[in-house]
Design a protein around this ligand. Structure first.
Ligand code: MG
Length: 248
């Protein structure tokens, strides 16, 4: 069952989302060649806790860190640690926090120094794909219209969307129903209603859509080693259109 949020609950979710967005800004400022992913993780955890939040990824199903840091061919769920960022890398940063009992969840993929034109284009397409998905999250549309909007845009750009990982409802739990695939035919699934809170998160590969999980049981990489990007926002469906909750 999809849990609808009251206006008051959506205000709490907006506060949680704002904390996550501000944490992203702090991490983005620190991204440069020579820094470790572990230091970005420490920075994010400190930022969240010092603003009254709890990093929701830490300990989630045993995940050891507060952020996911996913470099180049890593799609999602990279574990931060001693890996050093190099100029030309792209790094997906996924951050979740709980504030006053509600979750915010947001991902961006950032360039490290100068990156190739192809990598630049991958980031642009993935961000635009997220915007297309969000634009489809309107009252009266159906759930699969979101994934259809993402997939059509990405495939028109000759890139591919990951099938194995999906977006999700969000609220008092990080992952609530429904699952939100980034692909599929339009006009399927439940009708979108005011009060739904959704984490929409396209993952886009330069090569094929297939992925595999490394032996740490977390790190997801592209099967063909091509670059991958991930953008995510937490949004609310409202009478006046989608409202992005993960913003400053
Ligand atoms: Mg998510």
């Amino acid at each position: 069952m999809i849990i609808l949020k009251s206006d008051r609950e959506l205000e709490l979710m907006a506060a949680a989302g704002q904390l996550v967005a501000k944490t992203h800004a702090a991490v983005a400022d620190a991204i440069k060649p020579g820094i470790t992913t572990g230091s970005l993780d420490a920075l994010a955890e400190e930022y969240i806790r010092s603003h009254g939040g709890i990093p929701s990824f830490k300990g989630y199903q045993g995940f050891p860190a507060s952020i996911c840091a996913s470099i180049n061919e890593v799609v999602v769920h990279g574990i931060p640690g001693s890996q050093v960022l190099q100029a030309g890398d792209i790094i997906g940063i996924d951050i979740g926090a709980i504030l006053e009992g509600f979750h915010g969840d947001m991902a961006r993929t950032y360039p490290v120094g100068e990156i190739s034109n192809e990598a630049e284009r991958l980031l642009w397409v993935t961000q635009k794909a997220l915007e297309h998905g969000i634009s489809a999250a309107t009252v009266g549309n159906r759930l699969s219209d979101i994934g259809h909007a993402v997939q059509s845009f990405v495939e028109d750009q000759s890139l591919s969307v990951v099938r194995d990982f999906v977006g999700h409802g969000i609220g008092r739990d990080m992952h609530e129903p429904p699952q939100i695939p980034n692909f599929g035919r339009p006009g399927r699934g439940p009708r979108l209603q005011p009060g739904m809170a959704l984490a929409i998160e396209p993952m886009v590969n330069m090569g094929g859509w297939e992925v595999k999980i490394l032996s740490d049981n977390w790190t997801v990489v592209t099967a063909d080693q091509s670059l991958s990007a991930h953008f995510e926002d937490t949004i609310a469906v409202t009478e006046t259109g989608p409202r992005i909750l993960t913003k400053i």
